[in-house]
Design a protein around this ligand. Sequence first.
Ligand code: UD1
Ligand code: MG
Length: 459
Amino acid sequence: MSITLTIFTLISILLISIPTKLQPIQSSIGFSILGYIIVDYLIPKVKDSFIKRGLFGKDMSKIGRPIIPETIGIIPAITYLFLMLFFIPFLFQKEIIDSNLNLNSVFSHSKLSSYLSSLLSLESMILLGLMDDLFDIRWRHKFFLPAIASIPLLIIYNFEFNQTSILIPKFISNFFKFGKNSINLGMFYYFYMASVSIFCPNSINILAGINGLEVGQTIIIVILLLINDFYYIIGYYIENNVLAKSAFEIHQFSVCFLIPFLGISLSLFKFNKFPSKVFVGDTWCYFSGMVFAVIGISGHFAKTLMLFFLPQILNFIYSSPQLFGLIPCPRHRLPKFNEDDGLLYNSFTLYFDSENPNLNSNEIKELNKNLIPIFNFFEKIYLIKLIRNKKGEIIMSSNLTLINLTIIWFGPCNEGELCNLIMKLQFIIGFIMLILRHTLAPFIFGFDNSWSMLNRFYL
Ligand code: UD1
Ligand code: MG
């Protein structure tokens, strides 16, 4: 073991075990460092045996399409599960310790059910992801399974919180003379939360195809969520009142899940970033998506969570013509690699070309006539790239992914730079959402659990 490794391992053990007023956040940093070290140690050791077992994929955007170990996301996922199990005795102790440390240092036993059901949901998702990587499950079969994995969480939500009302903006309730500023969605709120757990994993999986992006996007979401959490945690120290305290407890719980998750993600990113030495597989996409769903649901901020998923939401909406079969969806929609200059260009979906009918196999269909004016309009506003034959018929349209759209806007790009660019854009969008959530929301809704100081300012 090298000296740095020994030092970091010691630091993590000290952080985990020394009881101070900064617990349990301090322990979660210790587990994060430990997670980083374990994943960093394991991946190089096991990656070749993944290839031997047939778990590999071709890196499509490199010369000669080299073979890379796939499904490596299982390593950080399992590491995370074990660390979170090991975390339990440090998080949940009988509330006796030192009364000066008060209850902030540990969680009450009622939170343990929420914690365990979160781990149960994550375990189910890891299994589903692994099955998908091993057996390529059809999407219509796997699509709804995350909702089933979230059932334990929804039940705990029902016992613990059962808040099914959503706030409506003041001006709307005044206009329609509702007399109250919220609507109770009842059962529908549970459908909404189940949909969040379907959406998060799947949306991460379809914003993929360039080295580093599957892990990179999750790191950005973690950072945004942590900023949001610390906003409430610091808020509590400034505004020591009951409202701030309940927000503090919820967000401290979320931090305990997120900080160790950041550790394993950063370690995985080291191997997955351009040029990738490993591929993460659908195991990672499902697992990481579920981590966010679990945090959003158990932390009672499933709506705020969606703000940080805006790029994934936009990618889903933009992709919908291909996802719902309006136009063909090839197996891979990743950008096209040009071996001559090493850059990524747009990839395209093909349509029937009446000028060259021989070049088209029977499977290639004509573009739906109703879509032509829409596509022409989208082309004018730089939302799609179209290729026409000499007769002016559309014979190709760029694949509808945010990655392709970035190439339309910023031009052909090196793979590593493209991933960095998308991550930067994702952070900027998320940060704007974060600011709007804490400034506009209290203003529009008149009330919000955002830092009460802000509320006082607006009310
Ligand atoms: C999703 C996308 C698909 C995209 C694929 C890439 C939809 C509906 N599906 O499919 O368009 O092509 O992810 O992950 O949007 N790969 C690379 N470089 C990378 C990452 C992946 O070449 O940086 C290739 C490798 O061959 C790898 C394969 O993509 O083996 C993994 O694809 P997989 O995760 O199985 O695809 P899907 O999730 O089904
Ligand atoms: Mg995938």
